[in-house]
Design a protein around this ligand. Structure first.
Ligand code: ASP
Length: 406
């Protein structure tokens, strides 16, 4: 079993390497017209299963928790961990961009300041409860799906015996979805190849060079955050060696990197979390929630880009403004969907919170390399989710240790 899993990881790695090499040689049109559809096909298959998978596994997970108290405790710990690490992430992003002042040489003229109107915190929170659960499921609104699934799970628990047929039905749906997802995931190595090759072919070295400073700062800060914050949290709270943690997380990380979608990576993070010993009742709750509200990589990116844009216009941000950015990014991450490009939309809100231009030349430059930055931030986003599942499971004394030596 373990050998088979390892093989899939290696195959995914090979897919990534071949995708990068092929991207360097393939013409962009060919890569887009011929290779990309295979990646899209895989993403569609994953999207097909992800809503029923998340819905069924959260209902089953909630029923497995048995009482509202443990659900509340689990939820509380998860949200505190997510918010804390996201605030830390944006601080690291800002620190990195202060240390390497990217964009200073650009000296752009300030254009009219405008941008998306920030959604209020109250609205973001109110929006979590779906007024129409079927619509939430149909639209794949993950936070609302999670809310409805938890509520249904509680309903099943409350009605005791009478809820059992429904529980068994949803449990069986969850099992079917796990099997189907497992079968689809076997295609992951090809998907990774087909997703990465067009990105490399389109963003040739020429388009990346002018923004190399921003790319290196975002990638460097992401790497730092993963190696320091996640290693410390899984090592400190769960006594899992960082080497083992990253070894198990690697397939999910590569898939997140290739797809730039936390939501599409959920099946892979579930798998990683399983191998790290996190029980289903914990991971089926924490990971889909994390894919939607925990965006450490996105926060790093927003911190770096906010400073890059300020520098490009010769504006120096005060300590107070940087604190506003930390707060806005942390809250904005809750409302950011786990799909490609969502972080860039949220960046406009972060920029408007401190009066920086959310459109214009500098933002255009950032958008031009969005996919490249998205790949790094999504990788961090889902690694943070997996780390949280391990830490919370350990704190609940539910982390299984049997795979310790693998
Ligand atoms: N693509 C990211 C994710 O799915 C969100 C973002 O654009 O930052 O996690």
């Amino acid at each position: 079993m373990q050998k088979k899993k390892l093989n899939l990881s290696i195959k995914i790695l090979i897919g990534l390497a071949l995708g990068i090499v092929a991207g360097l040689f393939l013409p962009a049109d060919f890569a887009t017209a011929v290779v990309k559809p295979f990646g899209t096909l895989f993403l569609n298959l994953i999207k097909m299963v992800v809503v029923p998978l998340v819905f069924a596994s959260i209902v089953v997970g909630t029923c497995g928790l048995n009482d509202a108290k443990s659900l509340g405790r689990l939820g509380g710990k998860t949200i505190i961990y997510y918010l804390f690490t996201t605030a830390l992430a944006v601080t690291i992003g800002l620190a990195a961009a202060n240390l390497f002042p990217v964009g200073r040489n650009l000296a752009f003229q300030m254009e009219a300041v405008s941008g998306a109107e920030p959604t209020s915190v109250v609205d973001t929170l109110l929006n979590i409860v779906p007024t129409n659960p079927i619509k939430a499921l149909a639209e794949g609104n993950m936070l609302q799906v999670i809310c409805f699934a938890i509520a249904l799970g509680i309903g099943i628990l409350l009605c005791g015996e009478k809820g059992q047929p429904l529980y068994r039905g949803i449990n069986s749906l969850a099992e079917a979805m796990y099997s189907l997802t497992g079968a689809i995931m076997k295609l992951a190595p090809i998907a990774v190849f087909a997703l990465v090759a067009p990105v490399v072919a389109i963003n040739g070295p020429k388009s990346l060079l002018p923004m190399l400073g921003v790319i290196l700062t975002v990638y460097g800060a992401c790497l730092f955050h993963m190696l320091v914050v996640y290693s410390a949290s899984v090592g400190g709270f769960a006594h899992i060696s960082p080497v083992r943690f990253f070894k198990e997380a690697v397939p999910a990380m590569i898939f997140a990197f290739s797809s730039a979608s936390s939501a599409a990576t959920i099946p892979f993070s579930m798998d990683a979390s399983d191998r790290l010993g996190v029980p289903p009742s914990v991971r089926s709750f924490i990971l889909p929630l994390g894919a939607t509200i925990n965006m450490d990589g996105t926060a790093i990116y927003q911190g770096v880009c906010a400073l890059f844009i300020a520098n490009a216009y010769g504006i120096s941000l005060t300590m107070g403004q940087q604190l506003t950015i930390i707060l806005t990014c942390t809250l904005a991450s809750i409302g950011t969907a786990g799909v490609p490009g969502a972080g860039a939309v949220m960046l406009t809100m972060v920029l408007s919170s401190v009066g920086l231009p959310a459109e214009g030349l500098a933002m255009g430059m950032v958008l031009g390399i969005d996919r490249i930055l998205d790949m790094a931030r999504t990788t961090v986003n889902i690694t943070g989710d997996i780390a949280c599942s391990v830490v919370v499971a350990a704190s609940e004394k539910q982390l299984k240790q049997q795979h310790k030596n693998t």
